[in-house]
Design a protein around this ligand. Structure first.
Ligand code: URA
Length: 215
């Protein structure tokens, strides 16, 4: 049985970008650019186990043995709305990945996740999936998204989150404790806690609002 694994990426560039991202004075255009750059750095770590197959190419001098990304291509799944702000940063590193979309919203009263849009291949057998969700807060949305991918046959799922709360990670660990398929969470920081409104403390506020403005 594969327990959930969490990686908090410890790198000065990640910490530097995250600090500016958190700053309440950072405007939306800067926030979008920094989120994009940060995701690319996290994606580098998150794709450490991406499947490859051996390949040989001819250099101008001699044959060279190397690798190429295996088929079927990885599937990247941003969770709308805020996950969209992470998509370009991810596909820059994995340009051949396919992209599916999941629209999920959490009820601010119950903090439970509801799915309002699904645009994913029906059959995900053998697919490695990368879910993009900036804030792992209660874990409800992310766990529901990953369960949906496993229900369609996904082989393993790696979630990339800008920030995580201990409560969210504990919930995910509980949900996926008995999962046969591997689940990994890669994040730039593990914050202190959730507040009574379900916000990560100190966090960065509402990621969707900071990316795209208040709705
Ligand atoms: N979602 C956000 O955008 N921010 C939080 O702090 C928690 C959930």
């Amino acid at each position: 049985m594969a327990a959930m694994k969490t990686l908090v990426v410890d790198h000065p560039l990640v910490a530097h970008k995250l600090t500016t991202l958190r700053d309440v004075r950072t405007d939306s255009p800067t926030f979008r650019r920094l989120a994009d750059e940060l995701v690319t750095l996290l994606a580098y770590e998150a794709t450490r186990d991406v499947r490859v197959t051996e390949a040989t190419v001819d250099t101008p001098v001699a044959p060279a043995h190397g690798v190429r990304l295996a088929r079927p291509a990885p599937l990247v799944v941003p969770i709308l709305r805020a996950g969209l702000g992470m998509l370009d940063g991810m596909t820059r590193l994995l340009p051949t990945a396919e992209v599916g979309f999941l629209g999920m919203i959490r009820d601010e009263g119950t903090l439970k996740a509801q799915t309002y849009a699904t645009r994913l291949p029906e059959d995900l057998s053998g697919r490695q999936c990368y879910v993009l969700d900036p804030m792992l807060a209660t874990g409800g949305t992310l766990a529901a998204a990953i369960e949906l991918l496993f229900a369609r046959g996904a082989e393993d799922v790696t979630a990339i989150c800008l920030l995580a709360a201990p409560e969210g990670l504990a919930y995910m660990e509980k949900v996926f404790a008995g999962s046969e398929a591997p689940v990994r969470v890669v994040t730039a920081a593990l914050d202190e806690r959730l507040n009574e409104l379900g916000y990560i403390v100190p966090g960065l506020g509402d990621a969707g609002d900071r990316l795209y403005g208040v709705v």
